[in-house]
Design a protein around this ligand. Sequence first.
Ligand code: NDP
Ligand code: GO6
Length: 312
Amino acid sequence: MGKSKVLVVGGTGYLGKRIVMASLAQGHATYVLRRPETGLDIDKAQMLLSFKQRGARLVEGSFSDHRSLVDAVKQVDVVICTMSGVHFRSHNLLLQLQLVEAIKEAGNIKRFLPSEFGIDPARMGDALEPGRVTFDEKMIVRKAIEDAKIPFTYVSANCFAGYFVGNLSQMGTLFPPKENVHIYGDGHAKVVFMDEDDVATYTIKAIDDPRTLNKTLYLRPPENILSQRELVEKWENLAAKNLQKISISSDDFLASMKGLDYAGQVGVGHFYHIFYEGCLTNFEIGEGGEEASKLYPEVKYTRMDEYLKLYL
Ligand code: NDP
Ligand code: GO6
């Protein structure tokens, strides 16, 4: 069996561009959906052209033209959707359902990976408002996929390092704090941190793998399972300095939702489940799941002390 042809929907986004690059690097014929222009987005245009230069094929298609989506999907074997999560919320649900409809009609897709890449939504039935919208919508997309009998892999990618590591998991910033660091509760809940390029590498590894068919792929490489305190300690060792730790009670943390914009409120809910409840690691991966670093031991995933060096 040859390598599958891959279509990336959302290919110019934060994760999508890494998925495109990983697909090319692993030798897949790679197609990237090019949506109609809505203005002079020169960075998006240049990125699409750089993909083309590296061998990707740009496929024109629009969510307002069902036929164009079906035609795009018909050219490939695998579809990976990396459409935005919280930034344009219920819109994302409708668009992903349209994509599922197109895949169903095309009838040729051997694997579909919807835009998940975070906390496993199937475990978040009791999540807090308003953050739970993320999980509820991902579950609606799952149901549509499974009802249509489309072969799938769900990727639970845990915490992207760009949002959770460089800032020592401080909300509202992307670089490390200089003096004080807020510690969530006792700071001992185990979290999983992932370099985004590794998320993409594991994702592409999974698409032709029968072991991940109709399963959830959890990215949980052992050396990247760390508590917030362990993460902070790695930074303190690298930077050769100590930060003052300020512990935040769960009540105070939840109260901080007031006054934040919608995305901030969603974020507080997510951080709460991750850092106070330990939702990324408080379960064993059972039937219906596989762990990526076990399936693909050849991948040399980035450790977080290595990752943090960039911030020195
Ligand atoms: P981005 O916000 O970077 O957006 C990705 C793509 O969404 C864009 O490039 C664009 O596609 C598409 N898009 C945006 N608006 C529209 C629209 N109105 N109509 C059609 N397409 C649109 O997404 P991320 O890479 O941040 O998120 C991808 C996935 O990863 C999400 O499911 C998110 O929940 C998850 N995530 C997980 C994180 C973690 O820590 N685990 C962190 C961040 C995200 P195009 O390229 O075609 O223009
Ligand atoms: C990332 C964020 C960082 C929010 C997930 C607010 C879905 C997931 C780990 O878009 O809301 O400061 O699982 O002030 O399943 C955002 C979201 C993180 C980034 C979480 C995410 C993670 C989405 C912030 C902030 C750094």
